[in-house]
Design a protein around this ligand. Structure first.
Ligand code: ADP
Ligand code: MG
Length: 209
């Protein structure tokens, strides 16, 4: 599934992007936030909070608390900082199993590499932040396996959408046009873990090459 890539030029831009991203999130989604100290992981969580109906100022780095929970309008945002953890087992003490079962919880984890193996890959979207200048950050999003990206609009599509994998009928028609003019080719690799999808062709985004 397609990676997304962007550059931001201020903390506010990173927050604004995360806010839009949050509107596409559903309970059960996990975001693994990779990046060095000061890369902007906590800043990004502030944007997620805004998108979930939580005051961004409520978000503080849970470096010592390890976990903060913020009540949103629909979902609860759980914010974990695994920096001080040395073993995925340490998540168990925070009620990790309960969190994984809770379909109203969106989880954001800073320093996910510290708890490698505890985050279920099919639900985990990885966002990597890199310093590229004082106020510049390069951000890469690698969607969870469960995410479907609309081939036409690049937006996330719920698995139960009647127009799946398209966001809506318009996107579907636009894509059909693309087939007619020879824009697309079938190139989707088969993922043996998702046999059910194995015979659905991968339709690349325009910018996917
Ligand atoms: P982390 O949680 O990764 O350690 P923080 O979000 O706590 O990082 O800190 C990032 C710092 O960098 C903040 O002071 C923020 O204002 C600043 N910053 C500057 N430019 C950006 C940007 N483009 N995106 C995010 N943060 C930025
Ligand atoms: Mg932080």
């Amino acid at each position: 599934m397609a990676e997304q890539h962007l550059e931001t030029n201020s903390a506010a831009e990173t927050e604004a992007w995360a806010q839009r991203l949050a509107m596409t999130l559903k309970g059960g989604d996990i975001l693994a936030l990779e990046g060095d100290l000061g890369a902007g992981k906590t800043t990004l969580v502030r944007g997620l909070a805004a998108g979930l109906g939580i005051k961004p100022s409520k978000v503080s780095s849970p470096t010592f608390a390890l976990m903060n929970e913020y009540e949103g309008s629909g979902q609860t945002l759980v914010h974990i900082d695994a920096y001080r953890m040395n073993d995925p087992e340490e998540l168990a003490g925070l009620g990790w199993d309960r969190l994984l079962e809770d379909t109203s919880v969106v989880v954001a984890v800073e320093w996910p590499s510290k708890v490698e193996g505890a985050l279920p890959p099919h639900r985990t979207t990885t966002i990597t932040l890199q310093h590229t200048g004082e106020n510049q950050r390069s951000i890469t999003l690698t969607p969870a396996r469960d995410w479907t990206t609309c081939p036409t609009t690049g937006k996330r599509v719920p698995p139960d959408s009647p127009t799946w994998p398209f966001i809506d009928g318009r996107a579907q028609l636009a894509d059909l046009h693309g087939w007619f003019v020879g824009k697309h080719r079938i190139s989707r690799p088969v993922d043996p873990e998702r046999d059910d999808l194995a015979d659905i062709p991968h339709v690349p985004n325009e910018d996917e090459g």
